[in-house]
Design a binder for this molecule. Structure first.
Ligand SMILES: C[S@@+](CC[C@H](N)C(=O)[O-])C[C@H]1O[C@@H](n2cnc3c(N)ncnc32)[C@H](O)[C@@H]1O
Length: 204
């Protein structure tokens, strides 16, 4: 953080991603299940599309009641927004690892830490508009590229691992062919040679 601040970047939020996943259970400390996302901007005139990233209200009973008759707040009658509340700094989004379990067994996806598509979509929706350019130099399995394409943003993505770049390109091709209905698990990709190479290299 100090480094970014020294470069005159402006700190906006410390986001906690609750991965809904019980990683590293320990009897000596709390289980690890979160990661941090730091939101910095270059100026205070940045894009922040808060309306596009509303999330469901939590106290459903109160909101149901408010939806019918409203609630008096600061002397005014308040009605809940049908699109939900403003998005906070704690994001409860299941990790890909957590989502891809069959009979309780984790299905490996060719990468240790692919990020959830819905999480990357939230970031892109909030911080850019259609036709803007999104850059991700650590694209791994291609999540940012997929999300950017879906949301009609341009993108430049790279990764030091050429296998991941290949995987990301294959996924992008799959979108062109099938749209966003396809599951992006490795077994949906036909290039067995590629899959074998990932397996030999213990990527999956
Ligand atoms: C946490 S993963 C990114 C996961 C990605 N967001 C996804 O959803 O699949 C980080 C990626 O950064 C890449 N990486 C690490 N150091 C790098 C570097 N110096 N230059 C380019 N890529 C790098 C790794 O190969 C890895 O795929």
């Amino acid at each position: 953080m100090q480094y970014l601040i020294s470069k005159k970047m402006i700190f906006q939020n410390w986001i906690t991603w609750d991965k809904r996943d019980g990683l590293g259970a320990s009897k000596r400390k709390y289980s690890i299940g979160q990661e941090t996302i730091l939101f910095f901007t270059k100026s205070n005139k940045h894009i922040f599309n808060y309306e596009d990233i509303r999330v469901p209200y939590e106290s459903t009973e109160r909101i149901r009641h408010a939806g019918k008759k409203g609630i008096i707040k600061n002397g005014k009658r308040w009605f809940p927004n049908p699109n939900g509340r403003f998005c906070g700094e704690v994001w409860h989004i299941s990790s890909e690892r957590h989502k891809n379990k069959i009979n309780g067994k984790i299905i490996k996806l060719g990468h240790e830490t692919p990020k959830p598509l819905d999480m990357i979509e939230r970031i892109i929706k909030a911080s850019s508009n259609p036709d803007n350019l999104v850059l991700d130099c650590f694209v791994g399995t291609g999540t940012t590229a997929l999300a950017a394409k879906k949301l009609k943003r341009n993108f430049i993505c790279s990764d030091m691992n050429k296998n991941y770049v290949y995987l990301a390109k294959e996924k992008l091709k799959a979108i062109d062919k099938y749209g966003h209905t396809k599951e992006y698990t490795l077994n949906n990709f036909k290039n067995n040679e590629f899959l074998n190479s990932l397996r030999q290299n213990e990527f999956c």
